[in-house]
Each structure stands twice: as structure tokens, then as C-alpha cells.
Ligand binder design. Structure first.
Ligand code: SAH
Length: 346
């Protein structure tokens, strides 16, 4: 019999299970706490559970477990990249960034990605598979456990497209924000999408108080199509309309991510068009100097063009930040590290 993944069980389901095997319901709370607060990786760690019950649990359930394959620590800012190995041998990247306001973890949502954004390393070999909700939870748990410091913020900005793994991502959100678990505030979570409009709207209807970040990267459809295949499916207008809908439903300010690629999308005409298109929206623009990958010949915009682009947007009253390049000495670009690690292994 295939063992069931106990990390996915709700507290209610666990209660039901314990009662069905003649145990007291409060055991469910104890086990749930071991799994989601004390972050146990095995039933043996659960010291207030009898050996007999541990055997029973071991027989029926498994606890999803990720092993740390490598950790790279940036000498510049202390950012840590974790290469985590899944049970089937695949590896994913998760990143820990330490800020004044707390520890933030950037998780992957898929092994690889099928969205095909031209500048992105995660998509070069396509999609391998979706991550389960447990695997996403364990990315956070493993890092919190290994640092022994509380994770307070989560960004779904690692490898993969969260809106292309919708159900598992929703289950993950429900669990990570659960008051009986790590109880991370919804407001401290950001989901980044390349713009799967239909699922963005479905997500809006669920009413989570999380921040939605749209990877826009261009202000006209032609340029966007050059950078992102998703632009062939949805126009920028449709993307913005989905963002407005998200705001209407959640009242959460939208983030637009804009990776600046030299000579492609970093001129003032693009900034002007961008400003016109998002005028009046409750939003924030995050400029990301593109992190060149060796497989493509995209170049980073100069600091002068980045500063000018920013200044132009600010002049029109738009709130803009330039993303700090965290861990630039440890292959910061999404999916780059995993790829070079796998290539080194084979
Ligand atoms: N699939 C999601 C999450 C991906 S990564 C999405 O598309 O939003 C998070 C952000 O980093 C996205 O805006 C993505 O376009 C951007 N990104 C990926 N690779 C990059 C690179 N090499 N340089 C700059 N930005 C990059």
C-alpha cells in the first residue's frame, strides 16, 4: 500500500483519523504541531507519542522530506541559496534573504517551468513536474529548521509558474497561513506570475490577502512577445484588466515586475508607455536589472538607463523600486544554480 502524505492532512482530518483508530482526539493537535510548528521530519522525533502509536503512524503515513544537497552563502549580503533534493531525486532552489523586517524565503513551485520566458534559466529544459503542496511547505520548513530562525515572509518567485500549479499552490497557502501551523500572515506573502489571466482571476475570487506580482517586462505587446511566450496568449490590456480585478476583490496593491534588458525594453519611450498604461492603478513597479544567463545574449541595462527609467516613472507619480541584487555572487538568477548543479552532476 502506498503511504499517505501526512503533511497534507488538515487538523480536522487528523482528528477523525485518530478517533477512528481508538485514540483521543487531542493526539491530532499534538501530531499537527510536531509536523507544522516543531517541523519534525519523522515520527520518532515526536516525544509525547507512544511507540505503539508511532508504529501505526509509520505504517500508514510518510512525512515528506527534503534533504539539503548544498547551501551557498553570499559573501556580499548573507543571502543563502539552498539546493533541496526531493524524494524522487529532483532538486529545487529556495533562497533565504535576511532583511531588517525579518527572514524571507523565496520558494520554487515547479521543477523547471514551461512558460518559456527568454531570459529565464528555469525554463530552458521545460517543465519536469509540479511540486506538491507538501514539498513547497517543506522548502520553508527545511530552511526555518536549518537556521533556527523564524521565517516571516514568503515569495513564490523561485522556479516555476505558480498559476500553472494552481491547486497545489492554494493548498500550500492555506497550510502556511494556518493558525495551527507556522501561521505566516497572508500580507507577508507575494505570488509572482508571468500572467495566466484566467487563473489570476480565479485566484482573486478566493480573496487571499496576498500580494500579486505580475511579470510585465514590457509596455507594448510586440516587445512583450519577444521576451515572453505568454504574451501571445494574453495582451497587456488583458493582463492589466486581471490586475485591476485582483485589486477590486482584495484591495491589495499590485506589484509590476519589470526586468530591464539593454536595448530591448529599457528606453524612455517604453517607460512613457508604461506610465500611461498603469496610470491611476494602485500599484508599485519593481525594476529588476536582468541577470544574464549564458544561454542567451541578453545584457543588463546600464546603471544610467536604469536610473533614468526609474526617474521617469517617479516623475509621473508611480511608486518604483529597483530590486536589490541579493546574492549576486551565488548565481542569483532564477533556476541558474539548479541548472549548473545538475549539469555538474551528470
Ligand atoms: N513564474 C513566475 C515567477 C518567476 S521568477 C513569474 O514569471 O513571475 C520571478 C521574477 O524574476 C519574474 O518576474 C521573472 O520574469 C524574473 N526573472 C527570471 N529570470 C530572470 C533573469 N535572468 N533576470 C531578471 N529577472 C528574471
Amino acid at each position: 500500500m502506498q503511504k499517505e502524505d501526512i503533511v497534507l492532512y488538515s487538523l480536522e482530518d487528523l482528528k477523525e483519523y485518530f478517533v477512528s483508530i481508538g485514540e483521543k482526539a487531542f493526539r491530532a493537535k499534538q501530531v499537527y504541531e510536531w509536523l507544522h510548528v516543531k517541523l519534525a521530519d519523522s515520527f520518532d522525533e515526536m516525544t509525547n507519542i507512544s511507540d505503539q502509536l508511532k508504529d501505526k503512524l509509520n505504517e500508514r503515513f510518510l512525512i515528506e522530506r527534503l534533504t539539503v544537497a548544498r547551501v551557498f552563502t553570499s559573501r556580499i549580503d548573507g543571502t543563502q541559496k539552498y539546493l533541496l533534493r526531493l524524494r524522487d531525486g529532483n532538486v529545487v532552489e529556495s533562497v533565504l534573504m535576511k532583511y531588517h523586517h525579518g527572514n524571507s524565503v523565496c520558494i520554487s513551485t515547479q521543477v523547471g517551468c514551461r512558460m518559456g520566458c527568454r531570459f529565464c534559466a528555469s525554463t530552458l529544459d521545460g517543465l519536469v513536474r509540479n511540486l506538491t503542496a507538501s514539498e513547497m511547505l517543506k522548502e520553508v520548513y527545511t530552511i526555518q529548521k536549518s537556521t533556527n530562525e523564524r521565517v516571516s515572509n514568503i515569495v513564490l518567485m523561485g522556479s516555476g509558474e505558480p498559476m500553472d500549479n494552481f491547486d497545489n499552490v492554494i493548498l500550500f497557502l492555506n497550510k502556511i497561513t494556518d493558525e495551527n501551523g507556522l501561521h505566516i500572515s497572508q500580507r507577508n506573502i507575494t505570488i509572482s506570475t508571468c500572467g495566466l489571466v484566467d487563473n489570476m482571476k480565479r485566484f482573486a475570487d478566493l480573496g487571499f490577502q496576498v500580494t500579486l506580482a505580475l511579470s510585465l517586462h514590457a509596455s507594448d505587446d510586440e516587445t512583450r512577445k519577444e521576451l515572453m511566450p505568454i504574451a501571445k496568449r494574453y495582451t497587456i490590456e488583458q493582463e492589466l484588466e486581471a490586475c485591476r480585478y485582483y485589486f477590486e476583490k482584495t484591495k491589495r496593491r499590485i506589484t509590476f515586475e519589470y526586468s530591464l534588458v539593454a536595448g530591448v525594453n529599457d528606453n524612455i519611450a517604453e517607460a512613457k508607455k508604461l506610465a500611461e498604461r498603469i496610470k491611476g492603478m494602485n500599484c508599485h513597479v519593481n525594476l529588476i536589472p536582468v541577470n544574464p544567463i549564458k544561454e542567451r545574449n541578453y545584457r543588463k541595462s546600464s546603471s544610467a538607463s536604469i536610473a533614468e527609467f526609474k526617474k521617469y516613472l517617479e516623475k509621473t507619480g508611480i511608486n518604483v523600486t529597483i530590486r536589490r541584487e541579493m546574492g549576486s555572487d551565488i548565481q542569483g538568477a532564477c533556476g541558474q544554480l539548479r541548472k549548473s548543479f545538475i549539469e555538474g552532476e551528470t
